[in-house]
Design a protein around this ligand. Sequence first.
Ligand SMILES: Nc1ncnc2c1ncn2[C@@H]1O[C@H](COP(=O)(O)OP(=O)(O)OP(=O)(O)O)[C@@H](O)[C@H]1O
Ligand SMILES: [Mg+2]
Length: 342
Amino acid sequence: MITLEGLTKVFPAPGGGDPVIALDGIDLHVGAGQIHGIVGRSGAGKSTLIRCLTGLEKPTSGHVRIDGTDIAALEGAELRAARRNLGMVFQHANLLDSRSAARNIAHPLEIAGVDRTARAKRVAELVELVGLQGREHNHPAQLSGGQIQRVGIARGLAAEPKVLLCDEPTSALDPGTTRQILSLIRDLRDRLGITVLMITHEMSVVREICDSVTLLEGGRVVQSGSLVDVASDPHGPLSAELIPLPPAPTGIDARLVDCDYGENPKFPDGPRSSEDLVRLAAEHGAVATIVAGTIETIAGRQVGRVQLALRNESGAAISDAGLARFLSELEARGVVAKEAIA
Ligand SMILES: Nc1ncnc2c1ncn2[C@@H]1O[C@H](COP(=O)(O)OP(=O)(O)OP(=O)(O)O)[C@@H](O)[C@H]1O
Ligand SMILES: [Mg+2]
């Protein structure tokens, strides 16, 4: 549904110095009905990417295809028509204060010249779709942050787009409301079959609703793939961020090892669960206890980061040589493991 090919955007430096390469040859494909996350530090190029998708920014080179149409090659009326396939949701919905929720939702339809009867019908559908029944006559000042974002989403969907571009849609919301809005977005994808591009700096958002994810750095794709593939590849940069290691208890009288593992096709004899790690330690004469960890099952595959405390059979900490052997065994099986200093 969304295909980027060699997308490059170079801005002339404002003061006449070196030009800024905001996007540097991005190739990306997002299939229809997918929820795809774009993550990356500030300045990585996320907003520039969205602006190229909406046609607000012309790429320096490359192609931006949405449902087969190259947005970058269009101008004027053709571009405006193609943009109707795109809905946008922002961090702040920026509603018109003088209008009710329903009339805010109606606003893009008025601009598009939809007649009054059709507008009223569509607004009623949208109100139902985003769960705002009973609140449609409230003004923004009488709506919660989550309800305001529901209005923002309804407005983004007004023209029945095929793609919804979301730029940090939950960054201003509390965790409970964030969960509700994310589950609404997933539900809308399921019901309407739309494709969603989700720009976010929150890994919890990616974990919760994305099917696939791309990490941008300096305008380039550093890692991209399905959520389960990137999360279960401990050698990639995203797994540690997706699966955080919680703080471990202190004062443990044992050797501690942090293990980042996942069922990974590249390592068919790698551990598939935390029990496998414990068993592997036992094969090396060590008794392993999990003292901290995050274990998740994504698409039926277990991925985790755990901290193991290793002792020998008499309860003393294992030797340097024993630890070194265990660490190299883990490495050979695709686990990223290192001793943690308590
Ligand atoms: N109009 C512009 N003129 C010159 N440089 C620009 C322009 N827009 C963006 N840039 C530069 O391009 C790079 C990417 O910016 P962009 O806004 O896409 O980053 P971002 O990933 O959205 O960051 P953030 O997370 O802070 O929103 C930055 O170095 C930025 O300074
Ligand atoms: Mg930005």
